[in-house]
Ligand binder design. Structure first.
Ligand code: BES
Ligand code: ZN
Ligand code: ZN
Length: 485
């Protein structure tokens, strides 16, 4: 597990802070008049320098001072948040990256107001995430030293710091799972990680192995996974609160630990990074970690993961195979690369037997979704306007980009098959929608939502909120959504 900085709340004045770097987030330059910041402003002479450097505390702007006389900290970094309060985390992520670059071990972070505690602490810890498990040299130019201590000054709210740390831990877990290479993270080891999580937080857990899946009609999940030496798993954790359960929500994640495409094999440009095809599963486990820590009252939550490696071998499933899903309907395989919807279909059928009030599934489902919405935005499909409202609200509070897309009934017939109840692909255009419509055919519940996170779950380069690799997208949105129930 990637190391998380030790976070401590300090009560001294900011200019007394002992640290390698002092980070001061600002909405505007007028805030420098505030009693907390007066000394720092005076000693750095920021009012003169800001003008020369064109620093006006716009979001993402930074201004670094070195060797400031009269301060305990040798460096001060001002970071602009902008007035709108919209990209707070992304701005602070930048500050954390600078802190890593200058090899700060101990950072003092100013929290201007109670309300901003969560986004600022999260932003800093998001930005200081580095996945170094496979580096034999821990500290080199590409891989700067980690930050050991983060001291909070100003007005941090204790409860919100705690929440932020739970959120960051969940997101770090999701990123670590994503970044773990496919020779180490495969269905069995993903199940082990889930069981460890369940044990840490006293949740019940069940893992179904390939034999169980084959013997009990999980033919779609089994078919997708059977071609690999690393066999499929269905993973089910359950959180139950103390006291009364008012609402039960199920989260379901696509956990393809590598997607070669199968016999419809992916070509060069498309196969790389397909170990991140378990971003949905990572989001589900990240949210489970947060729920396990926060232990909310009144809600029960199922965490379900359909995990398989979509591989090629003489045992792999074939184009034109006809398979009967757990839900009883038959599917003609027309493309072995449309595997996510297959494993999800069985997982959705499975969890509906537990009669949840709501189901949310998450999947890196289609390249078409990335074409439609770009790298940073997920598609949200749902038959329940209330869920949409709650999920869009949770996403915006967490500064995660999410956009509702339509379940166009007119496109549903694209999924009809000549010889089976349905086929597993639609036409070439509108592929994210037809994938969602495929899932809908397996859902018999009024309150269902589906996230296509193919874009934002993975980053090929460092992005606003995340470093390259698995991003932990949707963890925060899901956790907020659940906690507001
Ligand atoms: N895992 C992919 C989708 C994907 C593509 C995720 C790019 C992240 C980045 C999925 O299993 C897939 O291959 N989908 C096909 C569906 C098609 C065959 C209908 C696709 O998007 O091309
Ligand atoms: Zn695929
Ligand atoms: Zn896939």
């Amino acid at each position: 597990m990637t190391h998380l900085a030790e976070v401590t709340i300090r009560t001294q004045d900011l200019d007394q802070a002992h640290a390698d770097l002092l980070v001061v987030p600002l909405h505007n330059l007028a805030e420098l008049e505030h009693d907390d910041l007066k000394q720092i402003a005076k000693k750095t002479r920021i009012d003169e320098v800001a003008q020369d450097e064109g620093f006006s505390a716009k979001k993402g702007q930074t201004l670094l001072f070195r060797g400031v006389k009269g301060l305990e900290a040798p460096r001060v970094l001002f970071v602009g948040l902008g007035e709108e309060n919209k990209h707070v985390r992304a701005s602070v992520v930048k500050a954390a990256r600078i802190a890593l670059d200058i090899r700060a071990k101990k950072v003092a972070l100013y929290i201007p107001t109670k309300e901003e505690t969560r986004l600022i602490v999260e932003g800093f810890l998001f930005g200081s995430y580095r996945f170094t498990r496979y580096k034999t040299v821990q500290d080199d130019a590409q891989n700067p030293a980690r930050i050991d201590d983060l001291d909070l000054y100003g007005h941090p709210c204790k409860g919100r710091v705690k929440t932020a740390l739970s959120f960051v831990t969940g997101i770090y877990l999701a990123r670590d799972l994503g970044n773990t290479p496919p020779n180490d993270l495969y269905p069995e080891t993903m199940a082990q990680a889930a069981v460890d999580l369940a044990k840490r937080h006293n949740m019940s857990h069940t893992v179904y192995d390939e034999k169980y899946l084959q013997d009990n009609g999980f033919n779609l999940l089994y078919a997708v996974g059977k071609g690999s030496q690393r066999q499929p798993r269905l993973i089910h954790l359950e959180y139950r609160p103390e006291g009364e359960v008012k609402r039960t929500i199920a989260l379901v994640g696509k956990g393809i630990t590598f997607d070669t495409g199968g016999y419809n094999i992916k070509t060069n440009g498309h196969i790389l990074n397909m170990h991140l095809d378990m971003g949905g599963a990572a989001a589900v486990l990240g949210a489970a970690e947060i729920i396990g820590r926060v232990k909310p009252e009144g809600i029960a939550v199922h965490f379900v993961i359909a995990s398989a490696e979509n591989s090629v071998s003489s045992k792999a499933y074939l184009p034109n195979d006809v398979l009967k899903g757990l839900g009883g309907k038959t599917v003609e395989i027309q493309n072995t690369d449309a595997e996510g919807r297959l494993v999800l279909a069985d997982a959705l059928t499975y969890i509906q037997r537990s009669k949840p009030d709501e189901i949310i599934d998450l999947a890196t489902l289609t390249g078409a979704c990335v074409v439609a919405l770009g790298d940073d935005t997920a598609a949200l499909y749902s038959n329940d306007d209330n869920m949409v409202k709650g999920l869009l609200h949770a996403a915006s509070e967490n500064e995660e980009s999410l956009w509702r897309m339509p379940l166009l009934e007119a496109m549903d017939s694209q999924l009809d098959s000549k010889i089976a109840d349905m086929r597993n692909i639609g036409d070439r255009m509108g592929g994210s929608i037809s994938a969602a419509l495929f899932l809908k055919r397996w859902v018999d519940l009024e309150s269902w939502a589906h996230f296509d996170i193919a874009g934002p779950a993975m980053a090929t380069k460092d992005s606003d909120l995340s470093s390259a690799g698995g991003t932990g997208y949707a963890v925060a949105t899901l956790a907020s959504y659940l906690l507001e129930k």
